[in-house]
Design a binder for this molecule. Sequence first.
Ligand code: SF4
Length: 196
Amino acid sequence: MDSPRVGVFVCHCGANINGFVDCEAVKEFASKLDGVVYAETYPFYCSDPGQKIIKKAIEDYKLNRIVVAACTPKIHEPTFRTCIAEAGLSPYYLEFVNIREQDSFVHMDDVDKATKKAMELVAGGVERAKRLEDIPQKVVEVDKSCLIIGAGIAGIQAALDLGDQGYKVYLLDKDESIGGRMAQLAKTFPTDDCAL
Ligand code: SF4
């Protein structure tokens, strides 16, 4: 594994983070951590200018592991995976640290403690980032086939619909014949047709 050159990007999220966490102090702290070669802060890293800054830093400082300290990964982890991939890194060399929902949002009454917590979260993120490994991606052909369990009227209809869409369908039932409850009916309302 190549030796880690970690870049740490501490997002203000406007005042959402920076109003309750001293982002500058977190950046200073991060810049002294083992393996970190670059750290900075910015108001909105998910913006186009913010992403450009990350890409430029990757190039300028030859960063190979990225820590973004920002919001919940649910929102923007994919954004930053794409961002670093566009800069030539594996998208899996990203560690996302949540200092908003898990810190600034819940510790608005104590900036010192929120800042200290952000530092600890970032330190953990840097250690994880140093251990990240690439996940090779490959495209594999898949069979267009499906298994339907239960050959009652719903299962039969699903099999017909999927068959029409080009899927090979395996229809499975615990009984010897298909039809389920419908097969037990002599006639159906309102046409009095045979159930099957
Ligand atoms: S990356 Fe997240 S924390 Fe940063 S500005 Fe965007 S939404 Fe806010």
